[in-house]
Design a protein around this ligand. Structure first.
Ligand code: HH2
Length: 255
């Protein structure tokens, strides 16, 4: 899943693809690099981000989704019913929902749904994240939401631990270490580590533009631990790294 942020303020690429034409061109580039899904978002959910008005968010994402949908599967990264509905009308077939609350839209429109775990809201989620057992608590919430969505008639449900969403570095690492427990929920697992802050902490303070290696390592780790999809900014390098590890053929040829 390639990330396409049509925002002025996303943490790693804010402002780069804010113009619709530039965003569409970048989306097509992600497709050329091999993305199976392009995830279009019009509201940053980085720590401390201010919510965006629904009309403004819709205005940002709809033209981009409409232009990309004939070329690739498009997901919409939103927390808002109105935006999700407009995105589906424009051609999106997957609702990527960091609030894990929009399953009724997916059920009503017959599209897929990603339930992502977040503690709190982006504005305050990193203030003092707390869990007694982060893996158990995240897993329980995701399992409960997935079951609710299935009961409501959603036929395609993904679960995502929400790396960095109300989690300390230690929480993120515990979740990554035990992804297999989340895969055992029985729904396909999506994981997003790309360029995130905890990778900066782990690499001795690498700035956001210097986290490719850490992003690749964690993406490959996630796939090896059962993730069915990873959400990344750098599609071509991720695909190359994934193929190297995933295809026995390549390793056999090299040995
Ligand atoms: N991470 C971000 C946004 N959406 N969706 C899912 N399912 N999983 C994630 O880990 C996830 C997500 C944050 O990354 P980004 O979109 O690059 O930044 P911003 O929120 O600042 O736009």
């Amino acid at each position: 899943m390639g990330v396409l942020n049509v925002t002025p303020d996303s943490f790693s690429d804010g402002g780069r693809y804010f113009d619709a034409g530039t965003a569409i061109a970048h989306g097509l580039q992600l497709v050329a690099e091999g993305a199976d899904v392009v995830d279009v978002g019009g509201e940053s959910t980085r720590p401390g981000a201010r919510p965006v008005d629904a009309d403004e968010e819709r205005r940002r994402v709809v033209p981009v989704i409409a232009a990309l949908a004939p070329h690739v599967r498009v997901s919409v990264d939103t927390r808002k019913v109105a935006v999700a509905e407009a995105a589906v009308d424009a051609g999106a077939t997957l609702v990527n929902d960091v609030s894990a609350s929009l399953w009724p839209v997916a059920a009503a429109r017959g599209v897929g749904w990603v339930a992502m775990h977040m503690q709190g809201t982006p504005e305050t989620m990193q203030v003092r994240p707390h869990y007694d057992d982060v893996v158990a608590e995240v897993g329980a919430l995701l399992a409960e939401r997935a079951a609710t969505a299935r009961a409501a008639g959603v036929e395609e449900v993904w679960v995502d631990p929400g790396i960095g969403f109300g989690k300390t570095g230690a929480h993120n690492l515990a979740l990554l270490r035990e992804l297999r427990r989340l895969a055992a929920i029985g729904e396909p697992l999506l994981v997003g580590t790309s360029r995130k802050g905890f990778l900066g902490q782990l690499t001795g303070g690498a700035p956001v533009g210097d986290r490719l290696e850490a992003s690749l390592a964690t993406a490959v780790w996630a796939m090896a631990q059962g993730a069915a999809m990873v959400r990344v900014h750098d599609v071509a390098p991720t695909l190359q790294a994934a193929r190297l590890v995933g295809e026995d053929v390549v390793l056999q040829e090299a040995s």
